[in-house]
Design a protein around this ligand. Structure first.
Ligand SMILES: Nc1ncnc2c1ncn2[C@@H]1O[C@H](COP(=O)(O)OP(=O)(O)OP(=O)(O)O)[C@@H](O)[C@H]1O
Length: 279
């Protein structure tokens, strides 16, 4: 993997998420847990700093979800290491993992009659023990999480009756209530309209700064991501990954190389895609 642009100060200090030769992919049905499998991304080296919004970009099937699910502990890595603030992220399990890593996936939860606040309170389970009884500090953490996503007026309503954008903010609040240092989100803006997409990415960028969080998310909102991200991990669709600032990756031609098509061409000066002129 190659790098472009200057990493942020948090990354230089070794805080945040550091991948070294991380290989992610899918075990074949005959592998029976022996570590063999089909690599989607072989040997990824990348850094996502604390206090920064890092965006994972790449065409369909490039491996964004596979990488995020591996970092979230939902599937095993095929090789290499991932360190979170210097500790082995891949070996973290259960409560220890849930205290440090918050995950928001694209699945639409079925919350039954639970209110938004009820769901955010579930984020405190890693801190409350098996009985799940919330103390004063837990309620404060829940209030803080709901306040951080500015969802106070929504919290008493059933989660199932919120709009997609409102629900997504609640799911971010649930992850924040865990008080993690790493927040992983797989296409968090997938079902949102343009205004809600801008608001959500802006919110995540603000939270990264205010809470010194390492935020890593995947998205297909290329132009928005290039405007708001501190850093980009760019998957090329052929197993390659390069990282850098949005400006550096745009200027280097890497964004265009990954996404240009017969119809679209990336304009690095504007940071936008244009229709390719017809001859
Ligand atoms: N459970 C699985 N078993 C085997 N291969 C899989 C599995 N899930 C995904 N794949 C394959 O892994 C590759 C990467 O898929 P992945 O979902 O990570 O891509 P993505 O970048 O998130 O794509 P998209 O933008 O379309 O969501 C694809 O070739 C996909 O077909």
């Amino acid at each position: 993997m190659s790098g472009a642009g200057t990493p942020g100060p948090a990354a230089v200090a070794g805080r945040g998420l550091v991948l070294a030769g991380l290989t992610v992919g899918h075990r074949s049905e005959r592998a029976f847990g022996r570590g063999s499998g089909v690599a989607v991304l072989p040997g990824v080296d990348a850094v996502a700093g604390r206090g920064e919004l890092t965006v994972l970009l790449g065409p369909n099937g490039a491996g964004k979800s596979t990488l995020l699910r591996t970092l979230a502990g939902l599937q095993p890595a095929l090789g290499g290491t991932a360190l979170l603030d210097g500790d082995d992220l891949l070996s973290l399990r259960g409560t220890a993992r849930a205290r440090r890593v918050g995950v928001v996936l694209t699945d639409r939860p079925d919350p039954g009659l639970l209110t938004g606040r009820d769901v955010v309170e579930l984020g405190r389970l890693p801190h409350t023990g098996a009985a799940g009884v919330l103390g004063e500090g837990d309620h404060t953490a829940v209030d803080d999480a709901i306040g951080a996503v500015r969802a106070g007026p929504l919290a008493g309503r059933p989660l199932g009756r919120l709009s997609d954008g409102e629900r997504q903010r609640m799911m971010v609040a649930r992850a924040l209530a865990q008080q993690p240092s790493l927040l992983l989100l797989d296409e968090p803006s997938a079902f949102l309209d343009v205004a809600a997409r801008v608001a959500l990415l802006g919110l995540l960028r603000r939270l990264a700064r205010e809470q010194d969080l390492c935020v890593l998310l995947s998205t297909h909102d290329l132009e928005l991501a290039l405007r708001l991200a501190d850093a980009v991990w760019l998957l090329d669709g052929a197993g390659g990954c390069c990282s850098g600032t949005p400006a550096a990756l745009s200027a280097s031609g890497a964004i265009g190389a990954a996404f240009d098509s017969d119809e679209l061409v990336f304009d690095p000066a504007q940071g936008t895609f244009d229709l390719r002129p017809t001859s």
